[in-house]
Design a protein around this ligand. Structure first.
Ligand SMILES: [Zn+2]
Length: 132
């Protein structure tokens, strides 16, 4: 299990699985926010507690990004609609993790959300090399 907290402490997340990687995406939202994502299912392994504001891209309504209304940190995204099994895919911003050393070893997966919308080849970077 991992936990994360926004800068002011108003919003926390809990991830009940063990992540095997973290994803850096270069889409227009993720690049500006500088996030690293870990993926899960809302209400199963992904849990967010506290008030959040919701941002939906005008050109891409499938995703909701959630932020702390006080400090502005990006907390998570979730699909606006559940899938055919009623489950809602979500992702947590690993940069809010309370225990950075516990995830420093995770490999980075690069997702080209800007152009091809496809995963890119690994470049052997780890989370610890993306903190700064
Ligand atoms: Zn906050």
């Amino acid at each position: 299990m991992l936990t994360g907290t926004c800068h002011c402490g108003a919003v926390t997340w809990r991830f009940d699985s063990a992540p095997t990687s973290a994803t850096a995406c270069n889409c227009t939202v993720c690049a500006k926010a500088g996030v690293l994502w870990i993926y899960g299912i809302e209400g199963e392994d992904v849990h967010v507690t506290g008030p959040t504001t919701r941002y939906v891209r005008a050109d891409h309504g499938a995703l909701e990004f959630h932020h702390c209304p006080t400090c502005g940190n990006t907390v998570s995204w979730r699909l606006a609609k559940p899938d055919d099994t009623g489950r809602t895919q979500s992702a947590l911003n690993l940069r809010l993790v309370d225990t950075p050393d516990a995830v420093a070893h995770l490999p980075i997966r690069h997702f080209d959300g800007l152009n091809t919308f496809k995963a890119q080849p690994d470049d052997n970077r780890r989370v610890k090399e993306m903190w700064f």
